[in-house]
Design a protein around this ligand. Structure first.
Ligand code: NAP
Length: 247
């Protein structure tokens, strides 16, 4: 039987790496797409192989269509695509809407929204039963900011993730009869390097508005994603799961 392959954008570290480990643990092959941190991605792939699994890493910019096509061609070489996790994302830096630039908006929407749409398109083309696929599952990694709006900090980012939530709902209905499920997970504040540029005072204030009063661990988001990818979620589509400690 062909390998079951799951393509994970932004899979080299942070939440994406936790998802890749979970996919490998389930006996599937994670195709880990990263942007530039070669060492992190290769270390992850080596770790998965050492543990008896198989994984590959691909350096690509998910903000570019030609790179996206290259990633899916590489995934095709590994076996049958059964899953996509749209996880690569960027905040674009803090700004009020009053001060946001066109460059910031274009970069954030191009990666978080356009890139995710194009990846979803490529995944559906391969997984849809009407096109000879085996069905499958798409999970979009959104953000709690899509609900809160993230005023004064990241409205641009929040809006790009809200677009992803709407895509989740609409695409789920488009492809449900074709054996493809589409869901999203909305992380709250998770302990990864995405917050590296945030001052400690801001991180402390963010923690205080989380009912659990702590940041989440990448594994706590990955668990929801892995469930949505699995057969255990076979009747779940068009759903958005919050993983934010009550936020
Ligand atoms: P992270 O630690 O910053 O990791 C980002 C990953 O995405 C890295 O593997 C990075 O590659 C990759 N990446 C970035 N830009 C890319 C591009 N243009 N093309 C391909 N890969 C790219 O981020 P994270 O915190 O794990 O976040 C993962 C997702 O969760 C994002 O969509 C984020 O918006 C969402 N999220 C995170 C939080 C949070 O608090 N952490 C909260 C809500 C939502 P390199 O390793 O090569 O740099």
């Amino acid at each position: 039987m062909a390998n079951q392959v799951v393509l994970i954008t932004g899979g080299g570290r942070g939440i994406g790496a936790a998802i890749a480990r979970g996919v490998a643990h389930d006996g599937r092959v994670p195709v880990v797409v990263y942007q530039s941190r070669h060492r992190d991605a290769e270390a992850l792939v080596s770790e998965i192989r050492r543990d008896g699994g198989h994984a590959v890493a691909i350096c690509a910019d998910v903000g570019r269509e030609d790179d996206i096509l290259r990633c899916f061609e590489a995934a095709d070489r590994e076996g049958q695509l059964v899953g996509l996790v749209n996880n690569a994302g960027m905040t674009g830096g803090q700004s009020t809407v009053m001060n946001v630039s066109a460059d910031q908006l274009n970069a954030v929407f191009n990666l978080n929204t356009v890139g995710a749409f194009l990846c979803a398109r490529e995944a559906v083309r391969r997984m849809a039963r009407s096109r000879g696929g085996a069905g499958g599952s798409i999970v979009n990694v959104s953000s709690a900011s899509a609900r809160s709006g993230s005023p004064n900090f990241w409205v641009h980012y929040a809006a790009s993730k809200a677009a992803l939530d709407t895509m989740t709902i609409g695409l789920a209905k488009e492809v449900a009869a074709d054996g493809v499920r589409v869901n999203a997970v909305r992380p709250g504040v998770i302990d990864t390097e995405i917050h590296a540029a945030n001052p400690p005072e801001l991180m402390e204030r963010m923690k205080q508005v989380i009912p659990m009063r702590r940041m989440g661990h990448p594994d706590e988001v990955a668990a929801a994603v892995i469930w949505l990818l699995s057969g255990a979620a076979s009747y779940v589509t068009g759903s958005i799961i919050d993983a934010g400690g009550g936020y």
